[in-house]
Design a protein. Structure first.
Length: 405
């Protein structure tokens, strides 16, 4: 089951903003069964073991002992050290940066799932990523099969609700269900332990531990310096299309099809402002880039659709705006829409071209949105209707073309 998130790894607040794949993507079934760390455990040096000591830990150390093997999350997949467990899911499944999946593993009659996340800046297989937690439930792992321990002397199949609260204190949240009581302890968003005590047995049966945080001294990987093939293949149009549906915009004498490579803008005289731009942009994500030409400047999110981190020069600008409060330059959209044209001329052009618009009035401004596929794939024209302001009344003051990579 696939989950992803768009997270800023520096703060938990930005971590909330990440967006994961659609529910449809979450239901994908992985087919390949892969042996889990067999080669690593066979060649490991027992004398070099750094297994954490569960007895000296508290619940917020996010540790668990499974049949005598103690895991403390997060940890690199290669450092896990569980022997004899087989992956029910394909561990070569690529994870994009700031994305995680649940992967199931089996051993004899036992089954559990591990949360595996990619904190690197390149897309890479799950087996090269980070294990960020574990889930065990009564249906997939019977209480009598093996020993599962938590810090503070808490034992699955033995510890009661009262014993958990004595060891861990008052939970962050408590859910009272018909079949069980679930105690949730958390240190931050996406850093939680959920412990379910069933009413019938009176003891702990279900455990889910998740800590979506990169390990200490984590290596984010290298930034690719190769020019992506799509960037190399991009060609600027010779002139602006007469078709209003074309994803084009004219900036002064240059016409661009959106999205446009940053490198194309650089070849037309724009310069990256490094102090206001990101040094690199992670795979399958966006990053800020600031561009200047003469006295004109704009800052935008540039997209990287590849599986490798890139420098901003090899990313794509997906939206360009011309107007008094943006780039104060001569510009136009396909079909003859220009900054400074009258509102009546604009509406007559829409009627003549058969352009259907969403029209929204907000104060002294009217927003005409058309060719809208999504919020980030559309064209927008803004008209000022007021009489007291820096603009001429009933004129177009801004045009925008947006199209994602």
């Amino acid at each position: 089951m696939k989950k992803s998130l768009y997270m800023n790894l520096l703060t938990a607040a930005v971590l909330i903003a990440l967006s994961f794949p659609s529910p449809a993507a979450q239901t994908e079934a992985w087919q390949k069964t892969v042996g889990f760390l067999a080669a690593e455990t066979e060649s490991a040096d027992p004398a070099a073991s750094t297994e954490p000591d569960l007895q000296s830990m508290s619940w917020d150390d996010y540790a668990i002992s499974l049949d005598g093997v103690t895991l403390q999350f997060p940890l690199l997949f290669a450092d896990c050290g569980l022997d004899g467990w087989d992956a029910s899911d394909d561990l070569t499944t690529p994870l994009e940066p700031n994305q995680y999946n649940m992967f199931y593993f089996t051993k004899a009659d036992r089954r559990m799932y591990l949360f595996i996340a990619n904190f690197a800046q390149n897309t890479q297989p799950a087996e090269e990523c980070v294990i960020c937690g574990v889930g065990i439930d009564r249906f997939d792992w019977k209480e009598e099969d093996g020993e599962i321990l938590l810090p503070g002397g808490i034992r699955r199949g033995i510890s009661t609700l009262q014993e958990i609260e004595r060891a861990y204190g008052t939970p962050s949240r408590t859910y009272e269900g018909d079949l069980y009581t679930q105690l949730t302890y958390e240190t931050d968003i996406y850093e939680t332990i959920e412990l379910s005590v069933y009413r019938e047995s009176g003891v702990l049966e279900d455990i889910e531990m998740k800590v979506l945080r990169k390990p200490d001294q984590f290596d984010p990987g290298e930034v690719s310096t190769e020019v992506p093939s799509a960037v190399s293949a991009y060609q600027e149009p010779e002139q602006l299309s007469t078709d209003p549906a074309a994803s084009e915009i004219r900036v002064e004498d240059q016409v661009y099809t959106l999205p446009v490579p940053v490198s194309t803008l650089l070849s037309d005289g724009w310069k990256i402002q490094p102090e206001d731009s990101q040094a690199s942009i992670a795979a399958r994500s966006s990053g800020w880039v600031s561009l200047q030409k003469g006295g004109q400047h704009f800052r935008t999110l540039a997209a990287n659709p590849t599986d490798s981190a890139v420098t901003p020069v090899n990313a794509w600008v997906t939206s360009l705006s011309i107007g008094k409060n943006d780039l104060d330059l001569d510009g136009a959209l396909p079909g003859g829409i220009t900054v400074g044209m009258s509102r009546s001329a604009l509406e007559a052009l829409f009627d003549r071209k058969g352009v259907s618009c969403e029209v929204e009035k907000n104060g002294d401004f009217i927003y005409y949105t058309y060719d809208k596929v999504s919020y980030d794939e559309c064209k927008e024209v803004v008209v000022f209707t007021g009489t007291d302001g820096p603009y001429e009344a009933d004129t177009v003051i801004k045009i925008t073309c947006s199209k994602p990579e």
